[in-house]
Design a protein around this ligand. Structure first.
Ligand SMILES: Cc1cc2nc3c(=O)[nH]c(=O)nc-3n(C[C@H](O)[C@H](O)[C@H](O)COP(=O)(O)OP(=O)(O)OC[C@H]3O[C@@H](n4cnc5c(N)ncnc54)[C@H](O)[C@@H]3O)c2cc1C
Length: 469
């Protein structure tokens, strides 16, 4: 531990915190990371992005072989999933990455301090309480709050870890629940719903809004719902959840639609209705750190809070709760602290739901543009007319490009496709550099690739798609 104060103490080692710490060390700041969990990496690496994608990948292989194997000339006997092996692989992937984060921090000379961090002395000291109760005080010039978020609990549907669970448990069920009811049709609900449905669970997704994936365009939601229904997921939309009921040895989720009571038998209920910022116990009230009505730390465009020397980034502040958003904010914040020109372009943050097909967007959507009265033109191209998609048995979905009708400037894109998470990366740079639909249309994509559908959609903005009638 240095005699002099740290230049920066980061509270939280999620993607926001650990990336910020690495960048700070690169910039020559004496940096420490305080983490309350025994492993580094935060929600994303331990119970979020990475383990969910590991499960999605394993179950996609299983489901594809089970349902499409014969079409591809694969004759296999009865396939049975081995949940313990699947979870073991997930754990190994997580272990490699969290170990990697530790190594990266150590190699950069970042001090890793295990314990719960609390702001003290007007943000010039971080008090760290270790698991054994001992308290360590870290003097610092700056503090970065990167404490992330946790699952929101519904007051009438409290988590009990047994029947009513959050994604923290649903990412590690030891066996396939016969009947899984998922509350919430956003990214987490649809992804974990898909995982367990592919493994044989009877999954019902109950959503208060009239459509699934409501952050995306309406046509994307509609087709995604149809395709997921084909995979066995059931959707109950416009249904307001009211609680749980037990009858003759069976548990039920209770809900209402148009005043009518609804009852869904459930062996597990996954509540995936959003996440809330982690500020409890942080000492916010004691040092006068300003929070908004949702409990998020209020920051300006340089990630400065109202307390001098205290900054915040990631899920604990406003904006989309995404790992890459947290990372970019971490880097920008630290660069600003070091006197450089850190910047995050909030208009070009991609957003993905990793179902099959995946749902991805960047920038402005058509539904949003309509709601905001922003003029736009769209070009849409169906994957059914894309050679690689057909060859890969992935012809469901489409690419949509949204552009300014006057200047042709690219406004956004929505993609429903196998690997849409990778495809959206072919559009994002055009948006980042202020490109036009014409720029996308003139970009050469290798043949045959699904990315060619992006070019076709961009051509369709000007009604000149080649492989469309
Ligand atoms: C199931 C699931 C799937 C997801 N999938 C994706 C995805 O595919 N893509 C994506 O972009 N995002 C995904 N997310 C969201 C993503 O995980 C978060 O946006 C991201 O982790 C936020 O990063 P963060 O650094 O702000 O916070 P976190 O990752 O939450 O990290 C915060 C860290 O701070 C620690 N901490 C909190 N309080 C204290 C304290 N007082 N002292 C010390 N340490 C503290 C916590 O233990 C934690 O390690 C998913 C989330 C879930 C739950």
């Amino acid at each position: 531990m240095p005699d002099q104060p740290f230049d920066l103490v980061v509270i939280g080692s999620g993607p926001g915190g650990y990336v910020a710490a690495i960048r700070a060390a690169q910039l020559g700041l004496r940096t420490a990371v305080v983490e309350k969990d025994s492993v580094l990496g935060g929600t994303c690496l331990n119970i979020g992005c990475i383990p969910s994608k590991a499960l999605l990948y394993s179950t996609e292989i299983y489901h594809t072989v089970a349902t499409r194997g014969a079409v591809h000339g694969l004759k296999v006997g009865k396939l049975t999933p081995d949940i313990a092996a699947l979870m073991q692989r997930k754990t190994e992937v997580v272990g490699k990455l969290t170990g990697g984060v530790k190594l990266l921090l150590e190699k950069r000379g970042v001090a890793i301090i295990q314990g719960t961090g609390r702001l003290a002395a007007a943000g010039r000291v971080v008090e760290v309480t270790a698991a054994n109760g001992s308290i360590q005080k870290l003097d610092t010039k700056n503090v970065l709050v990167a404490t992330g978020s946790s699952s929101v609990e519904l007051p009438f549907l409290k988590f009990d870890g047994r029947l009513v669970v959050s994604s923290d448990q649903a990412i590690a069920f030891p066996e396939v629940p016969a009947k899984l009811v998922v509350v919430g049709a956003g990214a987490i609900g649809l992804e974990l719903g898909s995982v367990w449905a592919r493994l044989g669970s009877e999954v019902t997704v109950v959503e208060m809004l009239p459509r699934i994936a409501p952050a995306y365009d309406e046509d994307v939601s509609r087709l995604a719902q149809r395709l997921l229904q084909k995979q066995g997921l059931k959707f109950e939309l416009g249904a307001k959840v009211t609680g749980v009921k037990f009858e003759r040895g069976q548990s039920f989720l209770t809900a209402q639609r148009d005043g009518q009571p609804l009852l869904f038998p459930a062996d597990k209920i996954l509540v995936a209705v959003g996440r809330k910022p982690n500020t409890a116990g942080l000492g916010a009230a004691e040092i006068g750190l300003a929070l908004d009505p949702q409990g998020r730390v209020i920051v300006d465009d340089h990630y400065r809070t109202n307390v001098s020397g205290v900054f915040a980034i990631g899920d604990v502040i406003a904006g989309p709760m995404l790992a890459h958003k947290a990372e970019e904010e971490g880097v920008a914040c630290v660069e600003l602290i070091a006197g450089k020109a850190g910047h995050v372009n909030y208009a070009a943050i991609p957003n993905v739901i990793y179902t099959e097909p995946e749902i991805a967007s960047v920038g402005l959507g058509e539904t949003d543009a309509k709601a905001k009265g922003i003029p736009f033109r769209i070009g849409k191209f169906n994957l059914a007319a894309n050679g690689r998609a057909l060859a890969s048995d992935a012809a469901d979905g489409f690419v949509k490009i949204i552009a300014d009708p006057k200047t042709d400037r690219l406004l956004g894109a929505q993609i429903l496709a196998h690997n849409a998470s990778e495809l959206i990366a072919a559009v994002t740079p055009h948006l980042e550099y202020g490109g036009s639909a014409e720029d996308v249309a003139r970009t050469i994509y290798a043949h045959p690739t699904m990315a060619e559908a992006i070019k076709e959609a961009a051509l369709a903005v000007d009604s000149r798609a080649i492989h469309a009638l």
